[in-house]
Each structure stands twice: as C-alpha cells, then as structure tokens.
Write a protein that binds this ligand. Structure first.
Ligand SMILES: N[C@@H](CCC(=O)N[C@@H](CS)C(=O)NCC(=O)O)C(=O)O
Length: 104
C-alpha cells in the first residue's frame, strides 16, 4: 500500500516531510491539501491529523500529523539497520508519544 502524504507544496512543515520521503526513496502519493480552502477541516482529514494542519501522513493503518513526528517515524520504519530507540520498538507509538501535539 502506497504512503499517502497530505500537504501543499509551499508549506515549510510539509517540505521537511517531503524531503524525508524523497531522501529515503519511498513511493508515495502526494495529496494536495490546502488549509486555506478548508481541506484540513473535513472529518476524513481530521481522522488523520486531529489538529487539522498539514502535513499529514497515512501509512497503512498508521495515521500521523506533526512534521517532525512524521519524519522520525519514516526514518525509524524505513532506514535499514535503524536501531529501536529508548522509547521502544513501535515507530508509530514512538511518533505519537514524542510530544503532546502528536496525540492522534
Ligand atoms: N507543528 C506543526 C505545524 C503545522 C502547520 O502549522 N501547518 C500549517 C501550514 S504550513 C497549517 O496547516 N496551517 C493551517 C491552520 O493552522 O489552520 C508541524 O510541524 O507539522
């Protein structure tokens, strides 16, 4: 299943995730999601990122918001030889527990 990446090209937060996806050579589908026209306020998008901001990411059953949490998740899952960190071996759980705003 291809990774779904929700952003707009000019978002500085989205670009960090975009660069991470590219650097890791991952296959992904970029879904244009413009907060200025309400794309982040839909129920479907709120289920991905309850804070209703871009970027958002869906990787199978994993739904994440917060650019740094997403970048850390991608590196933890897709960088070969990456060791589990002190927070534990579950990258999705780690991403969500890495700050109060990651609680989605
Ligand atoms: N801390 C968040 C910030 C995300 C953020 O502020 N995104 C902006 C676009 S660059 C946004 O979605 N703004 C819409 C809004 O606040 O309603 C992250 O790192 O992902």
């Amino acid at each position: 299943m291809v990774i779904e990446f929700y952003t707009v090209d000019l978002s500085p937060f989205g670009r960090g995730v975009w660069m991470t996806l590219e650097a890791l050579g991952l296959e992904y589908e970029k879904k244009n999601t413009n907060p200025l026209v309400g794309d982040t306020k839909t129920d479907a998008y709120t289920a991905i990122n309850p804070f209703q901001k871009i970027p958002g990411l869906v990787d199978g059953s994993v739904k994440l918001g917060e650019s740094k949490a997403i970048a850390c998740y991608l590196c933890n899952v897709y960088v070969k030889g990456r060791q589990p960190t002190a927070r534990g071996p579950d990258p999705a759980r780690q991403a969500k527990s890495s700050g109060p705003r990651h609680d989605n």
